[in-house]
Write a new protein. Sequence first.
Length: 293
Amino acid sequence: MLIRYPKISVVTPSYNQGQYIEETILSVIGQEYPALEYIIIDGGSTDNSTAIIKKYEQQIAYWISEKDNGQSEAINKGFIKATGDIVCWVNSDDMLLPGSLRIVAEYFSKHPDVMFINGNTLRINPRSEILFNNYILCQNSWFARHGIFNMSQPAMFWRRELFEKTGYINEGFHAMMDLEFLIRIFESKAKIGQIDRTLSAIRIHNVTKTSVGGPIWENDKKNIRRMYGGKYDIDNYSIPHFVLFALIKLTKLKYLRDLIFKIRWKGKPLKVYSRSILNRKHENSSSYYGFQK
């Protein structure tokens, strides 16, 4: 049977992440997905990022290095260039796990009415050692309105025509651009699905926006409240919401799964164990991850 693989566009915004970007690039091109369009938008890095990008430019559909107004603008530059049926973005310190794009393509092929999906995401440290697995529930607008956002950005994929309903990333946001984009997906009434598989890895280190914090987060929260008239509770501080959140997670045995995962995998290097974590055999998995093709 002839299988038609939909084109998938992966966009990587980059700025001075030279110590991590090679792993990011290898995790994308190492998918060996037959219809991959990989785009890197670098913001004029002053470290060795561009030298690393040039090393792999024969396997990159498009890349540029020029000054921009931040991560959101860089992501949009990539999305404007993208021609894939399915799109996503993977930051220059994060990774895709082997075989993820095939899993995503298969899901969308089987669910033609679904416009947006999300999967699980590993948390790793600067040495690419596993910290834990972030198991999530299916995105739901009712939960979001009550402060519960089940989001895993590097494992977010959607059909490109969704942009016609939502527009691109809001460049006025510099920390919560993914959450605000998700809210617009809720508002568009697009059908949302979930893949209960670990598709990507997000790196935790001391210079990420999440670790640094600061006023950009509060500004983005304020803007979301203003734009949506307080419809979405983005702080989730009230006790009833916390209890609801815990019950939902426990119903799906999330915490038990987290505990079992940590016992088995915590501290293990991702590039050796990612195939086992994905728990699926792929004929064309990249040898970069420490297993044979």
